[in-house]
Design a protein around this ligand. Structure first.
Ligand code: SAM
Length: 286
C-alpha cells in the first residue's frame, strides 16, 4: 500500500529523497491535508463508474485518492522532473496513466472516449485560461472540481455590479452551476501559498440558461465590455472594431432593451448580454 502523501511527513520525505526543487513558475504548492483531499474527492462525487482527468498531479497526492475512488484516471503534468516520482508514488495503481504535457496543448476531447470529470488542484498562474479551455474544448466534461485562489472562486460566482463580476463570471454562468465546497487556508499546502484558496465545483449545464443566436459573438461583446470596464458600454463596444458596430447602433440597441445610455458592462446580466448581442447582430446586418 502506497504511503499517503497527504501526510506532510510523507510529502517531505518524497521531496527529500528525490532532491526535488519546487518550481514557482509552475505554481507548485502541494496539498498536505487529508481532510481537504477527501472533501475534493467527495465533492466531485467520484465513483468507480467515473473517468477522471487530473491537471497537475505534482507528486501524486490527489492522484492517489482519485485512483482509489475512480474507475480510470489520466493525469497530465507539465514538469518532466515529476514523472519518475509519479511512477513510483502511483506504482500500486493500474488504473492511472501519466501524461507528460502542458494541459494547454492537450487535445481534451481525445483524453477519454466518452464523458469524464475534471478534478485538480490547479496551478494558480494559469487558472482562468485552463477553465476557459475546458469549457471551450468541446470535450464531454460532466463537471470540473478544482482548487483555485479564493479570489478567483469569488469571481466565478459574483453578482452583477461588483468588482468581482466579469468575463469569467459570465463564462461560468453560461456553462455551469458553480458551488464553493471548501475554503482552504495556506497551511494546507507545501510550500504555503501567499493567498487563501477554495475548492469550487462547476457542474456543466445540460443546456445553457440563455440561447444567444451566436454564442461566440456574445462572448466577444462580453470580452470587449470588460476589457475597458471603467468605460461606458457604448464606448467600450464601439472601440472594439471586431464587433463591427457603431456608437449609434449600440445606442439604439440599449434604448430597445430599456437600458441607460451611460450604463457600464458590469451592470448587465448574462441574459441582458445575450439580448444585446442578438440585437447588435441584427442591426449590424442592416
Ligand atoms: N495535485 C498536486 C497536489 O494537489 O499536491 C499538485 C498541485 S500544484 C498546485 C499544480 C501542479 O500543476 C504542479 O505539479 C505543476 O507542475 C503542474 N502544472 C503547472 N502548469 C501546468 C500545465 N500547464 N499543464 C500541466 N500541469 C501543470
Amino acid at each position: 500500500m502506497a504511503k499517503k502523501l497527504s501526510d506532510p511527513k510523507n510529502t517531505a520525505e518524497v521531496i527529500k529523497k528525490n532532491e526535488f526543487a519546487f518550481k514557482k513558475k509552475f505554481g507548485q504548492n502541494f496539498l498536505v491535508d487529508d481532510r481537504v483531499l477527501q472533501r475534493i474527492v467527495a465533492g466531485a462525487g467520484i465513483t468507480k463508474e467515473d473517468r477522471v482527468l487530473e491537471i497537475g498531479p505534482g507528486i501524486g497526492t490527489l492522484t492517489q485518492a482519485l485512483c482509489e475512488a475512480a474507475g480510470e484516471v489520466r493525469a497530465v503534468e507539465i514538469d518532466r522532473d515529476l514523472i519518475p516520482i509519479l511512477k513510483e508514488t502511483l506504482s500500486d495503481y493500474d488504473n492511472v496513466e501519466i501524461i507528460n504535457a502542458d494541459v494547454m496543448d492537450l487535445e481534451l476531447s481525445s483524453v477519454f472516449s466518452g464523458s469524464f470529470k475534471v478534478v485538480a488542484n490547479l496551478p494558480y498562474y494559469i487558472t482562468t485560461p485552463i477553465i476557459m479551455r475546458l469549457f471551450e474544448s468541446g470535450a464531454d466534461i460532466e463537471s470540473i472540481t478544482v482548487m483555485v485562489q479564493k479570489e478567483v472562486a469569488d469571481r466565478m460566482q459574483a453578482a452583477p455590479g461588483g468588482k468581482d463580476y466579469g468575463a469569467l463570471t459570465l463564462s461560468v454562468a453560461y456553462n455551469a452551476e458553480a458551488e464553493i465546497i471548501a475554503n482552504v487556508p495556506p497551511n494546507c499546502f507545501m510550500p504555503r501559498p501567499e493567498v487563501s484558496s477554495a475548492v469550487i465545483r462547476l457542474k456543466r449545464h445540460e443546456k445553457p440558461p440563455v440561447a444567444p443566436k451566436d454564442p461566440a459573438y456574445m462572448f466577444s461583446v462580453i470580452r470587449a465590455a470588460f476589457s475597458q470596464r471603467r468605460k461606458t458600454l457604448q464606448n467600450a463596444l464601439s472601440n472594439d472594431r471586431s464587433l463591427g458596430v457603431t456608437k449609434d447602433l449600440i445606442s439604439e440597441a440599449l434604448s430597445e432593451l430599456g437600458l441607460d445610455q451611460r450604463i457600464r458592462g458590469e451592470r448587465l446580466s448574462l441574459s441582458q448580454f445575450s439580448g444585446l448581442s442578438d440585437l447588435l447582430l441584427e442591426k449590424r446586418a442592416g
